[in-house]
Design a protein around this ligand. Structure first.
Ligand SMILES: C[S@@+](CC[C@H](N)C(=O)[O-])C[C@H]1O[C@@H](n2cnc3c(N)ncnc32)[C@H](O)[C@@H]1O
Length: 545
C-alpha cells in the first residue's frame, strides 16, 4: 500500500501549508501574513539558499536548496574570530596593519602596547576591544612581549599564540561562539606529528598553560591551532596594508573544488565575508570554493591541498590528465617534440599522467611510447618554478625571455608560462615606461593577445564571474580602446569601424562592471573607466563620416 505523504506545515501555526519561503525554499507557510510574521520572528536570520549536509567522503558540505543565479549573494557572515597569521611580520594586533618601525628614543622600533608590549599601530588600537581580553590575560600574569624584531620583513613565529589565545579566552567570554569554532574540522590527528605541530607543542602549549595559566589540555590548545589551519580565510584589505586570518563558521562549511562555483570578498570595516555565485548553481548542486590557486597544475594543487587541508582532491579537474584540455600542468614529450606550425609553436605531443590520483604514477606521451617517472615531473616542475620566481618582474624582458626559452618544453598554456603571461598582462599598459599611451603597437597587440588567452583559460578552469575574469576584462578593454584610437587616427579604421570596436570595448567593460561592482573599493575605478570610454565614444560619434 502506498504510504501517505505528510503535508508540509506552516512554520508559524503548524497548520497544513502550501507556500514556501522564496529565499530558501525550505520553510512552508499557510499564508502571506504568516510568511511575514515568520520572517520577523527570526527566519530573517536563518533564511539562506543552502543547507549543510554530511557524507563520510566529504564531511559537512553546502548544497543549494534552490536554483541560484550567477552573481547572487549566497551568504554574508561576520568573522567568528580574527587573528594574525601563524608567523607574521610586525602587524597591529587590533587593526592588522603591517607596521613600519619608526625612531623611538633614538632607536628604530615599533610603537608598543603600554601594557603587554606587543607592537601596535597607535594608542587607540592598543585600547581597542579586539585586544582587550588577551592583553588582560597576558598582563594579569605579568607577561610582556619581548620579541626582538631583526627586520621589518622577517616573519616572527611568536605571533602563532595570539589567534588560538583569542579562541580559548572565548570559552568564558562567548561560550556559544567558542563551541561553534570547536565544532569545526581540525585534522589534528593528521597534523600532530608534523614538524610544525612539534614546534607548536613547545611554543604555543607552553605559552597558554605556563605563561597565561589557562586550564586547557594540550590537545585542546593544538586543536584550536589545527582548526585555524583547516578553516581560516586569508583576509587582506583592498590596499594590501592589512592582512590576517579569520574564521567564518558557516562559510567554512563550503567544500573545495578545483573548478569552484563561488568566489568571496570581504566587505566593511568588520571584514564580513560575502560568498557570490560565479556561475548559475542548480538546486541540489554542491556549493564550492577553491582552497588553492586555480592557475596551478594538478600536481601542485593536490600536493598543496594534502599538506594544508589534509585531503586528496578527487574533483573532475583533478581526474582529467589534460585539465579540461588546457594541459596546464603538462610538458611536451621530448621524443615527439621539435615540429612547429606556421606560428612557430610546437605541434609535439604532451606527456600526461597515467593516473592523476596517484602522484607516483608515471607520465606517458599521448602519441608515442615514451614514459617518464613522476619524480622527474616534480623535479622539472620545481626547477622551472624556481627559474620563474627568480626573474625580475619589474619589467617585461626576463618574462618574455622565459617564455621564449621554454617554448620547446612547455605548452603555451602550461601554468608557468601562464603565470609569466599574467605578469606581462599587468606590466604592459600599467608599469612606468609601459603605460598604454607609451606602449608601441606590437606590445599593445601582445597585451591584447595575452588577455584573450587568459580569458579562454579562465572559461575552462574557473568559469563565470570570477575576480580573475573581471580584472582581465578591464585590462583588455583598456588596451582595445587604445588600439581603436590609434587605428582611427592612422586612418586604418572608418568612423563606423571605430564605433563598432568601441562598442565591443564597452560590452567588455559592462561585463567587468557586473563582476566587480560588488567590491566597494572598485566602484570609483569602474565609474571612471565607464566615463572615459563613454567620452571616447562621444568623440568618435562627433567625427564627420
Ligand atoms: C573548511 S573544511 C570544510 C568543511 C568540512 N567538510 C567539515 O566537515 O567541517 C575543510 C575540510 O573539508 C574536507 N573537504 C573539503 N573539500 C573536500 C573535497 N573536495 N573532498 C574531500 N574532502 C573535502 C577536508 O577534510 C578539508 O580539510
Amino acid at each position: 500500500m502506498e504510504s501517505k505523504r505528510e503535508l508540509p506545515t506552516c512554520d508559524v501555526c503548524q497548520q497544513p501549508a502550501n507556500q514556501t519561503c522564496g529565499g530558501c525554499k525550505q520553510v512552508y507557510y499557510c499564508s502571506r501574513s504568516h510568511q511575514k510574521q515568520g520572517w520577523k520572528d527570526g527566519h530573517k536570520t536563518k533564511c539562506c539558499p543552502f543547507k549543510i549536509q554530511f557524507t563520510s567522503a566529504l564531511g559537512r558540505h553546502m548544497i543549494a536548496t534552490r536554483d541560484i543565479k550567477q552573481g547572487e549573494i549566497i551568504l554574508k557572515e561576520k568573522p567568528a574570530v580574527t587573528g594574525p597569521r601563524m608567523a607574521s611580520t610586525a602587524h597591529c594586533l587590533s587593526c592588522a596593519k603591517k607596521l613600519q618601525p619608526s625612531m623611538i628614543e633614538e632607536n628604530l622600533d615599533y610603537y608598543k602596547c603600554p601594557l603587554c608590549n606587543w607592537p601596535m599601530c597607535s594608542p587607540e588600537c592598543a585600547k581597542d576591544e579586539v585586544h582587550k581580553n588577551e592583553c588582560k590575560a597576558m598582563t594579569g600574569k605579568g607577561y610582556k612581549s619581548s620579541i626582538k624584531y631583526d627586520s621589518p620583513e622577517k616573519a616572527e613565529a611568536a605571533y602563532c599564540v595570539i589567534a588560538p589565545l583569542r579562541v580559548l579566552l572565548m570559552k568564558e567570554s562567548n561560550t556559544k561562539q567558542f563551541e561553534n569554532i570547536m565544532n569545526l574540522e581540525s585534522h589534528l590527528d593528521k597534523r600532530i606529528n608534523t614538524h610544525l605541530y612539534n614546534v607548536l607543542k613547545i611554543n604555543l602549549v607552553a605559552f597558554i598553560k605556563n605563561v597565561i595559566g589557562l586550564p586547557f589540555k594540550d590537545e585542546t590548545i593544538l586543536q584550536v591551532a589545527s582548526i585555524f589551519d583547516t578553516n581560516s580565510f586569508d583576509v587582506r584589505s583592498p590596499d594590501g596594508t592589512k592582512r590576517f586570518r579569520a574564521i567564518y563558521v558557516t562559510a567554512s562549511m563550503m567544500n573545495h573544488n578545483c573548478r569552484p562555483n563561488t568566489r568571496h570578498i570581504f566587505v566593511g570595516k568588520d571584514y564580513n565575508i560575502v560568498i557570490l555565485a560565479t556561475v548559475p548553481i542548480a538546486k541540489g548542486e554542491l556549493i564550492t570554493a577553491t582552497y588553492t590557486q586555480s592557475l596551478w597544475g594538478t600536481l601542485d594543487r593536490r600536493k598543496h591541498l594534502k599538506q594544508t587541508k589534509c585531503f586528496d582532491c578527487e574533483c573532475e579537474r583533478c581526474g582529467d590528465p589534460t585539465e579540461f584540455g588546457t594541459y596546464l600542468g603538462n610538458i611536451y614529450c621530448s621524443l615527439c617534440n621539435g615540429l612547429f606550425n606556421d606560428n612557430g609553436l610546437s605541434t609535439g605531443a604532451m606527456l600526461v599522467s597515467t593516473n592523476t590520483f596517484d602522484e607516483t604514477a608515471p607520465w606517458k606521451c599521448e602519441k608515442c611510447d615514451h614514459y617518464i617517472q613522476s619524480r622527474q615531473m616534480f623535479w622539472g616542475n620545481n626547477a622551472l618554478k624556481q627559474d620563474l620566481n627568480k626573474l625580475n618582474k619589474s619589467g617585461p624582458q626576463e618574462l618574455e625571455e622565459f617564455i621564449e626559452k621554454y617554448k620547446l618544453t612547455l605548452h603555451p598554456r602550461n601554468h608557468l608560462i601562464v603565470q609569466a603571461k599574467l605578469a606581462l598582462a599587468q606590466i604592459y599598459g600599467n608599469y612606468e615606461g609601459y603605460t598604454l599611451p607609451e606602449l608601441p603597437n606590437d606590445l599593445l597587440n601582445r597585451k591584447i593577445e595575452i588577455c584573450h588567452e587568459l580569458l579562454e583559460l579562465a572559461d575552462k578552469l574557473e568559469p563565470g564571474w570570477t575576480r580573475f575574469r573581471g580584472t582581465i576584462l578591464l585590462e583588455l578593454q583598456a588596451a582595445m580602446s587604445m588600439q581603436t584610437k590609434r587605428e582611427f587616427e592612422d586612418q586604418k579604421l572608418t568612423k563606423t569601424g571605430a564605433q563598432d570596436q568601441l562598442m565591443q570595448s564597452m560590452a567588455l567593460l559592462q561585463e567587468a562592471t557586473n563582476i566587480l561592482r560588488v567590491e566597494p573599493h572598485m566602484v570609483e575605478t569602474l565609474e571612471a573607466k565607464v566615463k572615459e570610454l563613454s567620452n571616447q565614444l562621444d568623440t568618435a560619434n562627433s567625427f564627420p563620416e
